[in-house]
Design a protein around this ligand. Sequence first.
Ligand SMILES: Nc1nc2c(c(=O)[nH]1)N[C@H]1C(S)=C(S)[C@@H](COP(=O)(O)O)O[C@H]1N2
Ligand SMILES: [Mo]
Length: 579
Amino acid sequence: MTDSVKVTPPPHDPIAASLTPADDRIVLSHWLPPQEGIVPRIRIGRRWVSILWMLPITAVALMFMIAFAQSLRELPDVQAFIREYGGIPQAAPSVDTGFPWWLRLQHFLNMLFMMFIIRAGIQILADHPRLYWKRDCTPGTDWFRFQKAVPTGRIWTSKDDSVTLPGWLGIPGIRHSIGLARWWHFSVNLLWVLNGIAFYVLLFATNQWLRLVPVTWDVFPNAVSTAIQYASLNFPVDHSWTRYNGLQQLSYFVTVFIAAPVSIATGLMQSPAISNRLGLLGTVLNRQAARSIHFISFSWFVLFILAHGIMVFVTSLRQNTNHMFAGVANSSWVGIPWFIAAMVIVGLAWWTASPLTLSHARLVQRVGAFMIGWLKGLAEWWEPNAQLTEKDISPHFWINGTMPKWDAFDAPLSDNFSSYRLRVGGLVEQPREFSLAELRAMPKQEQITTHFCIQGWSGVAKWGGVPMCHILDLVHPKADAHYAVFYSFADGGDAGRYYDVHTIGNMRHELTILAYDMNGAPLTVLHGAPLRLRCENELGFKMVKWVAAIEFVHDFADLGAGQGGYNEDHEFYGYRMPI
Ligand SMILES: Nc1nc2c(c(=O)[nH]1)N[C@H]1C(S)=C(S)[C@@H](COP(=O)(O)O)O[C@H]1N2
Ligand SMILES: [Mo]
C-alpha cells in the first residue's frame, strides 16, 4: 500500500478515531452468538417436507428395486438382453495404458480439494440458509431452507437469519463466518480448476478420454443392463482397467463434463460484477437461479461421491485401490497402504481446517487474498452496468446491518435530516459540507439494479441520488488520493464505527451514486437514510448506509485494523468484492 510519494497526510476525519483495531483470530465472545438451524426442508407446493423423510423412502425404494430387479432377471427376455448387452459397450475402444501416475495423483488431489470446497460451500449457504428461483428472495418463496420461516412483525436482518454449523461440517462452522469460508471455497476452487484443466488436457492428449466419453449409442442399453445387474445384487463382470461399464461411464461423464462446468459457471454467475456484465443471461439466470442450480450440482457431487465410495468398497476394494492408488491390475495388497495414506491426509486436513481457521483467521484472509485477489480486481475492470426495469423491482428487499444508535442520530432524525451535513474532505482541493437539500438540488440519477449481499440474497430496487463523479468534480481529489473512505453514523456488529474503503476508479463508475431515494420515495432509515452508497459492481457490504462523512486518502493501512473496512477488519472479508 505504500509507494514513493511521501506526503504528510492531513488529520483524518474525526470519525476515524472511533474505528477499532480487530483481532487476528476469531474470539467467540465477540462473535455473533450461535443459532441453531433446522433439519433441511424442501417445499412441495405449500408444505415443507423434511429431508429426513428421504431415509425411509430411500430404504423402501431400494428394497423394491432389488426385488424388482431380481424378478426381472428371471424373465428370459431380460436374460437375453443382458447376454447381448453385458454392461460394457462392445464397440467401445479399450484403454491399454491402465491408470497412469498423473491420473492417480489428480484423483487424489481432486478428493482433497473437494473436501474443502464442499464444506466451505455448505458454510457459505448457512449464511443465508434458503434457496429461491426468483431474484427477489421474498420470504415464503424459498424452495429449500434449513432455517425457520422469516419472523414477521419485527426487524429481522439477513445476519439474524444465519445459522451455526458443526465444526466438522462447515469450515469453520461458527455462525456468519462466510468471509473465511469464501477464502477457502474460492482459493481451493482455483486449485481444483487448475487440476481440472490439467486433467482435461491429459485425458485428451492420451487415450484416457475413451474411458469417460461414450463414443457409441450402445452405452445406453449397457447402462440399463448394468443398473439391473447391480440392483439385483448380482454384479456385472468388471474390466475397469481397460473399459468402464455403461453406468460407470455415464455417471463419470456427467460428473466430469457436466456437473463440474455447471458448478463453475453458476458459481461465477452469483457475482455482481459477472452477473451484471452478462446482459440477458444474467437476467434470465439470475443470482438465485444460479445459486439453486449450483446447489443441485453440489448435490449431484455429494451423491456421486457417496455412490462411488460405496462401490469402491463393495466391488473388490483391493482391486480398485490397486488400480487407482498403485496403478497395477492384480489382486495383491499393494494399493491398500497408499489408499490408507491418502485417507489419513484427507482426514488430517478435515480435522484441522476449522480450528486452524478460527485461530489464524487473518492468515486465511491474507492467503486467500493472495490467491484470488487478482481475479477479483480483474472483475472490476469489466465495468459491469446492467440495469433492469420497473417491473423487476422486488416486492421485498432484505435489510442488513447494525442499526445506528438512535441517540447519536436523534437530532437529524427528529428534524427530518434538515440539520444533517455530509462532510467530504481529506486529500481534496475543496473540502465541503452538503446538506440534504443541497444534495437533492444536484443532478439526480436513477437506476434500477440488483443488490448482491455477500450472504447470498439479492433484490432489485430503484435508487435515486447524486452520481459520485459529480461530488468528485466539486471537491477535486488530489493526485495522491487513491481511495474514498465512507464513514457511517452506525457502529459495526462488534465494536467501533462501520466504514468502508473504495478505489477512486470505483467512485467514477457510471452507476456509483449517493442514494437518498429508494423506489421513488425518500430512503427509509432501515435502508440507510439519509444517505447510502450504491456501487453496483461490488457486494452489498461495501455500500455503507447512514453515510456521515467521505474522506479521500492515499492509503487505508492506518484506519481501523488496516484491511479497508469494518467487515474486512472484523469479519475477514476481502477489500475488493466484485465476486
Ligand atoms: N453502516 C452500515 N452500512 C451497511 C451495513 C452495516 O452493517 N452498517 N451492512 C451492509 C450490508 S452487509 C448490506 S447487504 C447492505 C444492506 O442494505 P439494505 O439494508 O438496504 O438491504 O448494507 C450494507 N451497508
Ligand atoms: Mo450483506
